[in-house]
Design a protein around this ligand. Structure first.
Ligand code: MG
Length: 349
């Protein structure tokens, strides 16, 4: 029996990681770059240029709060921002299904234009392909993007160095140390539940809208304050997968408090109906930051003074002694958060 690709391989959990490590990394490992593929970080850094690519296969392509075009811009912009880059320019590749209505394409392109204006990035190169009917569902988009080093990254790292040693010159998953505070920039689960409700499969009709937004301006405001050691967006695999990546790459455990995690009632009840964890749902407009404890309150208030991060909370801290994500529950107990294997809601990004 030949092994075949399953939906789990694209879900961003442990099966995806096995595919990436087992099939891809062993062939393309060039660790001499500033931030190489091997780091499996949000973006690569090659000769000082931050570089990222992202494909988008969300279905349906329009959903409450956004569409595939806005997603394609924000996904790449945010990943470039997460390592400490300032996004500058994007490519746009469109794979369309034969028979797609022209006005649908134009609507998506208008949305891409607006999102680029919001993020202050430019589309500078691209490609279009058409495949036969059924080859894709309406369209798939790919964007790649380049960025320069944020003008505030050196200041941010200098602030970190007032309190402890840091060798890295970018905001990497491997920079987290015991004692660092973990800050979440706002509500989780909105995007996945919004896409889910647009599918009308499970009779969920809620007022939840996707959180898709570019985070580069918010990140800039935070780096001006300083003290951030790592940053990552909880996209596919959600908050729990993100925290496990930090545990694994930084050699720490992470303890979070359930009561501190911003979660809307509608998302909470949808998760209960669907039997899924909000910690595993992908978000498209949120960031998680690891910050030296001495600067945590200042970073928090900087976040809260932005529109993108106004609901930010300190949700926990990195610890030594174990390598798991542990959550203090609202009823006062502690439980190990499982690492997600697959995506509870496929094709939301
Ligand atoms: Mg990311």
């Amino acid at each position: 029996m030949y092994k075949k690709i399953t939906m789990l391989h694209g879900a961003g959990g442990s099966e995806s990681l096995e595919l990436i490590k087992g099939a891809i990394l062993k062939r393309f490992s060039y660790s001499k770059f500033d931030v190489p593929l091997d780091a499996l970080d949000d973006a690569a850094v090659v000769n000082g240029i931050v570089f990222k690519t992202d494909s988008h296969a969300v279905y349906p392509i329009f959903f409450p709060g956004g569409d595939i075009g806005r997603l394609a811009v924000c996904g790449t912009v945010n990943d470039i921002s997460m390592v400490g880059g300032k996004p500058i320019a994007l490519s746009l590749a469109i794979v369309m299904e034969e028979g797609l209505e022209f006005n649908i394409l134009e609507k998506v392109l208008d949305s891409i234009k607006l999102a680029c204006e919001e993020a202050d990035v430019k589309i500078v190169t691209g490609d279009t392909k058409v495949v036969e009917r059924g080859g894709v569902k309406e369209m798939i988009l790919n964007t790649a993007g380049i960025g320069i080093r944020s003008p505030y990254l050196d200041h941010n790292l200098a602030v970190v160095k007032n309190f402890r040693n840091i060798n890295a010159s970018w905001l990497l998953d491997s920079n987290v140390r015991p004692g660092d505070k973990i800050i979440l920039s706002g509500y989780i689960g909105d995007h996945g539940i919004a896409v889910m409700s647009a599918r009308k499969q499970y009779g969920i009709s809620l007022d939840i809208v996707s959180d898709i937004q570019p985070l580069n301006h918010m990140v800039e405001d935070v780096l001006k304050v300083g003290g951030v050691v790592a940053m990552k967006d909880p996209t596919r695999g959600g908050l729990s997968n993100l925290l496990y990546e930090w545990c694994e790459k930084s050699g720490v455990g992470i303890e979070i408090e359930e009561s501190k995690i911003p979660l809307r009632e509608g998302v909470k009840s949808a998760c209960e109906i669907l039997g899924i964890s909000p910690l595993e749902i992908g978000n498209e407009g949120k960031a998680v930051l690891a910050v030296v404890p001495e600067m945590a309150e200042k970073v928090l208030s900087a976040l809260r003074s932005t529109k993108e991060g106004r609901d930010a909370q300190i949700i926990g801290e990195a610890v030594s002694g174990h390598d798991k994500v542990v959550m203090k529950t609202v009823v006062g107990g502690k439980r190990i958060v499982p690492r997600p294997r697959g995506d509870p809601i496929p094709r939301i990004c």
